[in-house]
Design a protein around this ligand. Sequence first.
Ligand SMILES: NC(=O)c1ccc[n+]([C@@H]2O[C@H](COP(=O)([O-])OP(=O)(O)OC[C@H]3O[C@@H](n4cnc5c(N)ncnc54)[C@H](OP(=O)(O)O)[C@@H]3O)[C@@H](O)[C@H]2O)c1
Length: 280
Amino acid sequence: MQTISLAGVRVPALGIGTWYLGEGSPAQTALEVQSLRTGLDHGLTVIDTAEMYGDGAAETLVGSAIQGYDRSDLFVISKFYPWHATATKMRAALEASLRRLRLDYLDLYLLHWRGSTPLAETLAGAQALQQAGLIRAFGVSNFDVADLEELAGLPGGDRVAANEVLYNLQARGIEYDLMPYQQKRDMALIGYSPFGSGSGRTIRLPRPIHDIARAKHLSDHQLMLAWTMRDRVLSIPKAATPVHMTENLAVQDVTFTRDELAAIDRAFRRPTSKKPLEMI
Ligand SMILES: NC(=O)c1ccc[n+]([C@@H]2O[C@H](COP(=O)([O-])OP(=O)(O)OC[C@H]3O[C@@H](n4cnc5c(N)ncnc54)[C@H](OP(=O)(O)O)[C@@H]3O)[C@@H](O)[C@H]2O)c1
């Protein structure tokens, strides 16, 4: 099983996404809880959620799914809106997230995307939450290199543990500068939407890459996911069913030959210049 270092903890390079979970019928919600537990039972300890997802519904679902698991084995990430990025609002947003999650602390709390609150104020708020024992670590999401450089120059900016960004075969721009920037500084990179996200946005593999997947006994989704995890990225697919979760679990030891990677690069070009950071 591939692992990465996240806020000083060694975690599997495969995590659990939760966007759109907890918003359906009771039967669907029960299946989603089963899906999360399938992941947890097979060692996927990192769960990514946010106050935004279903207006708290995803956090509530995670809160149900993790009942009965040892808290110290879990690594729970949540995110706050940019308009909750002042010290007072962050604390209120965190307390509401913790209530829904039925937890007394988060392992990692992320600013979901950059807004108008000065970063220094958000960093000060995050440090207060850490000192109060309500979060173990603080990070950001959808930050490009210039944003991270600005953060690094502020008091406490050197303690930003992670940046969560879009990363998949069609969104490779971060390989040009953001990925090396973070790797050089040991800042964990969490890659979201490995399949391009659901609802009509899913990436379709061209024939030669589809054939590589078949030859490796992988589905197209499994190839896409394994590829995102090949170089120190924590990938966080969302799977609403135990079947999808089980398929995703199976990719953890997949590796690629040089020829396979070259064929993938021909189909999905590596960036050769700076691209603006993409986000969903
Ligand atoms: N920080 C941010 O700004 C941000 C933005 C977007 C996402 N995220 C995080 O990243 C997570 C993942 O991204 P995402 O939810 O946008 O999209 P995604 O994981 O790329 O794609 C999810 C879609 O893939 C399907 N799927 C999952 N496993 C599959 C498999 N083995 N075979 C076939 N289909 C499969 C899911 O279907 P089912 O649902 O039917 O299983 C769903 O339709 C989110 O849930 C969220 O936690 C963060």
